[in-house]
Design a protein around this ligand. Structure first.
Ligand code: ADP
Ligand code: MG
Length: 383
């Protein structure tokens, strides 16, 4: 799917050429899971998979939406009718962005939008944020709003939180908006300060594989909410604004103050995970890239045992990859299905992939989708 195809699709639907074509990527998170709603650290990088949008302005207060990936025709909405949680379909993502822009006082008067995406939906690779950010960037450019990437990310998060009704953190939208080619994004989710960390595994003879388990367990949304609530409870009990404020060096003392074993586990995961992000950044910046492998694996154990958001399929990817000689592996994204990442020597990538596939076959599971993730550009205009 390229810019020309999306441009042609737009012309066929709406009877005129679009004013432009934009792209925004999916992401994987290298390390820093379930930290973004605790004001902590994350480290995503952009995938080559992107959502594309061909877009033109309108002046009549109407919004027309179409996705090449969803059966069905064009959805037409009036901007004045857009209201939070009024839409349970995919159209809530792009419509929510338009709603959030207008809510923030930006004079958006309508749009025709045609979307097409290569980001697998529901695989923990953030297809939803790609969709939001590509629409936000297109409207930012067309309406000359002058918003920066992090500002677009905030608006997109608001669209997803309030309009769609999903209580997600800020990582996915910031990754889609702000990642750059060849880098991972070290992001402080409290103030959105960020550092681009060079991350070129191919040059060092390594590969990062993404394994989409193709499962999504139905209870994921409810469990996500419970974890968030548990983290907020932990912060309140410890008298801090967010778990990010519990220093790693004071973790044991903090845990000793908590009676509730469930809350204690959540706190331990978040505080140690923030420390792991900082450790990975330090290792990458000092050129000790291979040494991040065990840190990723440690992160998985913490998500599995303390935060309890893994699932048998994700554990199977990690265990089978490590047994086949991978340098490190962990689930990525919210958990309960979705994808895992595997760091491996380039020379071992084939063996590791085969081992994971065989483990899935032996367990009678649907074959996973395995691909190599190369750090790719963030949102941009492409036509
Ligand atoms: P993730 O962001 O991890 O892929 P989400 O559940 O947050 O999973 O978002 C997936 C939803 O995003 C889909 O159910 C659909 O509503 C919407 N979506 C993703 N890609 C597309 C697309 N190409 N066209 C239309 N809607 C899409
Ligand atoms: Mg999403």
């Amino acid at each position: 799917m390229g810019a020309q195809q999306v441009r042609d699709g737009f012309a066929e639907l709406y009877g005129a050429d679009p004013e432009g074509v934009w792209a925004a990527p999916g992401r994987v998170n290298l390390i820093g899971e379930h930290t973004d709603y605790n004001d902590g650290f994350v480290m995503p990088f952009a995938l080559p998979h992107t959502a594309l949008a061909a877009v033109s302005r309108r002046t009549d207060g109407r919004l027309r939406l179409h996705s090449a990936d969803i059966g069905g025709g064009v959805t037409e909405l009036r901007l004045d009718d857009l209201a939070p949680e009024s839409d349970r379909e995919w159209t809530a993502y792009p419509a929510g962005v338009v709603w959030a822009l207008r809510e923030a006082g930006h004079a958006v008067t309508g749009a025709d939008i045609h979307l097409a995406s290569t980001v697998p939906a529901g695989a923990g690779l953030s297809s939803s944020a790609a969709l939001e950010v590509v629409v936000a960037l297109a409207l930012n450019d067309l309406y000359g709003l002058g918003l920066k990437g992090w500002q677009l990310a905030r608006l997109c998060q608001r669209a997803e939180n309030v309009y769609v009704g999903a209580p997600v953190g800020i990582m996915d939208q910031t990754a889609a908006a702000c990642c750059t080619d060849g880098h991972a994004l070290f992001l402080d989710t409290r103030d959105l300060s960020q550092r681009q960390i060079p991350f070129d595994l191919a040059a060092e003879g390594m590969r990062l594989l993404v394994v989409d388990t193709r499962v999504k367990h139905a209870h994921s949304t409810g469990e996500y909410g419970k974890r968030r609530a548990g983290c907020e409870k932990g912060a309140a009990l410890l008298g801090v604004d967010a778990l990010r404020d519990v220093p790693y060096g004071e973790l044991d003392a903090a845990l000793a103050r908590l009676d509730d074993e469930e809350v204690r586990r959540l706190v331990r995961h978040v505080v140690t995970e923030d420390e792991r992000v900082e450790r990975v950044v330090a290792l990458l910046e000092s050129g000790e890239t291979r040494a991040i492998g065990p840190v990723l694996t440690e992160g998985h154990a913490s998500l599995r045992d303390d935060f309890r958001v893994s699932c048998p399929e994700l554990d199977l990817v990690v265990d089978s990859a490590l047994a086949a000689g991978a340098l490190g592996a962990r689930m990525t994204g919210g958990g309960f299905g979705g994808s895992a990442i595997v760091l491996t020597e380039a020379a071992d990538a084939g063996t590791v992939t085969k081992a994971v596939e065989e483990a899935f076959a032996a367990a009678g599971l649907t074959a996973p989708r395995v691909f190599e993730a190369v750090p790719s550009p963030g949102a941009r205009r492409i036509g």
